[in-house]
Design a protein around this ligand. Structure first.
Ligand code: ZN
Ligand code: ZN
Length: 468
C-alpha cells in the first residue's frame, strides 16, 4: 500500500513529519496502517517520470481526402501501439454536423471504388456497430454521418494510453501570374495546425513565405488569445516543390517542419536539382542561427496517410513516419510543450532508448533489433563555414518549371562531423559548431516504405551550441 504522508507538500491533513507533534506520529502511523490514507492517495498522485509517447500528427480521413472513417483510422493507430494521433484534414476541423455522400462506385485502374462505401462501410459497421454508424437516405442520396472528434474520441481515448489531438491541415497555394519573362508560377503550402481552438483560414499570396508568415502569425494570435499551447508546422516542402529552404528559413516563430513524410509524392530525398529534407534542414539551421538570427527549427516525422485499405508501395499508407515525444503526461499541452523544448525525435523505424542533449553533448542510445546494424551521423555546421550557395538551374531540355529553383550550399553546411557505428553514440562539442544533430541510419530496409529502398532511420533534434 502506498502512503504519502511525508512527501505530501501542502495537504492540511498531512502534516510534514518534522512539524508533527511527537505524540501524534504513532496515531498517523496507525491510521496509515489501517489504510485510511489510501482514500486520499487518489488525489495526490506522484509526478510521473518522463516517458516516450509515440504519435503521428499528420493524418487524413473522409472529412477531406482520406479514404476511411476517422474512428476506424484512430482505432488502427491505437492498436498499432501509438499513444497519440492528430487527424489533420484539409482546411477543416472535425466539428459540427457533416454527412458524407456515398456516390456510385467507379472503376479506378481496374478497381471498383466507392469512397466510404462497400467493404469500407461494412468494416466500419462491423467494428463499431449499426447503432453507432448513422446512415440516411434523402432525395435518393445515401449518406453516412462523419462523427466529429469531440464525439468519437470518447470511444478511443484512455488516460496515459491513447490521446486524440485536434488538428487541421491549413492548405494554401501561392500563385504568380505569367510575366513577359516568366511563365505562371505556383505551388502548394501546407501547414499542420496542432491543438487549435479554432479554424485557421488558408492564405492567398504570390509567394510561399508570405503564406507561411501570415499563417504562423494567425496561429500565434489564436494562441495568445486562448492561452492554449498549439503550433503550426510546415508540411512536405518538396510536395510539388512548393516551398524552398530559403523561404522556410525566413519564417519568424516557425519551430517545425517535416523532415520525413511517408506520402509517396513528397520527395523527402529531393532529386538531382533539388535538396533533400536533410539538406534543407542544414541550410535552414545554419542560416537561421548564423545569419538570420532566428530560432532553431525542429524536424518532425509523419505519415500524411490517406489510404488505409491496401498497404503497398505507391499508396499513402499509415505507420511510416512518427515522432517519439518525451513527456510526463499524455495531454496535448504536455506533448506540445515537450516538442517546443525539442524533447522528441523523429523516426521511420529506428527506436531510441535514450537521447541526451546537454549544453556540450548530444548522445543517443539505440534500442537495437537483432541482426540490424546502425550508423549514427553527427551532422552540423562550424563557425567560419563557406556561406556561398548557387542557384541550381533547370536541366537543359526540361520545360520551364512552375516552381522556384533550389540553392546548393557549400560542403561546410551540414557536414558529417563524426560517424559512429554501434548502438551507443555521443558527440561532444569542440566549440566552433553552430549546432549538431544526429541521424541514425539502420541497415534495415523499411517494409512498406513511402519510396522503394528506404532504410529505417531516426533523426534527433539539433543541439544548438550555447556559445555559437
Ligand atoms: Zn499536404
Ligand atoms: Zn496532408
Amino acid at each position: 500500500m502506498k502512503t504519502r504522508i511525508a512527501r505530501h507538500p501542502a495537504g492540511a491533513l498531512f502534516l510534514p513529519v518534522k512539524l508533527t507533534p511527537p505524540g501524534f506520529r504513532p496515531v498517523l502511523a496507525a491510521l496509515a496502517g489501517l489504510g485510511v490514507f489510501a482514500l486520499f492517495s487518489a488525489h495526490a498522485a506522484d509526478t510521473p517520470a518522463p516517458r516516450w509517447f509515440k504519435g503521428n500528427l499528420h493524418t487524413h480521413s473522409l472529412w477531406s481526402d482520406g479514404n476511411d472513417y476517422p474512428e476506424m483510422i484512430a482505432d488502427s493507430y491505437k492498436q498499432r501501439g501509438y499513444h497519440f494521433l492528430a487527424m489533420s484534414d484539409h482546411n477543416v476541423l472535425e466539428e459540427g454536423v457533416k454527412w458524407f455522400e456515398l456516390k456510385a462506385p467507379t472503376v479506378v485502374k481496374g478497381e471498383v471504388v466507392q469512397k466510404g462505401g462497400g467493404a469500407v462501410l461494412e468494416k466500419y459497421l462491423a467494428r463499431f456497430g449499426p447503432a453507432w454508424v448513422e446512415q440516411r437516405e434523402t432525395g435518393g442520396k445515401k449518406e453516412v454521418r462523419l462523427k466529429p472528434l469531440a464525439e468519437y474520441r470518447t470511444l478511443l481515448e484512455e488516460s496515459g494510453r491513447f490521446l486524440m489531438i485536434p488538428s487541421m491541415e491549413v492548405t494554401s497555394n501561392w500563385k504568380r501570374p505569367k510575366t513577359a519573362t516568366e511563365p505562371e508560377l505556383g505551388g502548394p503550402v501546407h501547414m499542420n495546425l496542432t491543438n487549435p481552438v479554432a479554424h485557421v483560414a488558408p492564405v492567398a499570396a504570390d509567394n510561399a513565405l508570405e503564406i507561411m508568415q501570415k499563417s504562423v502569425d494567425a496561429v500565434l494570435a489564436q494562441r495568445t488569445k486562448s492561452g492554449q499551447p498549439m503550433f503550426l508546422h510546415l508540411n512536405h516542402p518538396n510536395f510539388v516543390w512548393g516551398v524552398t529552404a530559403e523561404e522556410l528559413m525566413q519564417v519568424h516563430h516557425e519551430k517545425f517542419f517535416e523532415v520525413y513524410n511517408g506520402h509517396p509524392g513528397v520527395h523527402n530525398d529531393g532529386d538531382a536539382t533539388r535538396l533533400s529534407m536533410d539538406a534543407m534542414w542544414d541550410a535552414i539551421l545554419t542560416r537561421r542561427l548564423a545569419e538570420l538570427k532566428l530560432d532553431v527549427m525542429y524536424g518532425i516525422g509523419v505519415d500524411d496517410s490517406h489510404e488505409y485499405h491496401q498497404m503497398l508501395l505507391g499508396k499513402s499508407n499509415p505507420f511510416r513516419g512518427w515522432i517519439m515525444v518525451r513527456a510526463r503526461f499524455l495531454t496535448p499541452e504536455a506533448i506540445v510543450n515537450a516538442m517546443e523544448a525539442g524533447d522528441f525525435y523523429s523516426s521511420s523505424g529506428v527506436t531510441l532508448a535514450d537521447v541526451r542533449r546537454t549544453d556540450r553533448e548530444l548522445a543517443v542510445e539505440i534500442q537495437a533489433e537483432p541482426g540490424v546494424t546502425y550508423v549514427t551521423q553527427f551532422i552540423g555546421t562550424r563557425r567560419g563555414y563557406d556561406p556561398t550557395s548557387q542557384l541550381i538551374p533547370t536541366p537543359a531540355g526540361e520545360a520551364a518549371r512552375k516552381t522556384l529553383p533550389h540553392r546548393r550550399y557549400s560542403k561546410d553546411v551540414g557536414a558529417v562531423l563524426a560517424e559512429v557505428k554501434g548502438t551507443k553514440a555521443s558527440y561532444t562539442l569542440k566549440g566552433d559548431e553552430l549546432y549538431v544533430r544526429a541521424k541514425i541510419i539502420s541497415s534495415k530496409i523499411k517494409s512498406n516504405p513511402g519510396v522503394a529502398g528506404e532504410v529505417e532511420t531516426a533523426w534527433t533534434q539539433p543541439l544548438v551550441n550555447p556559445a555559437k
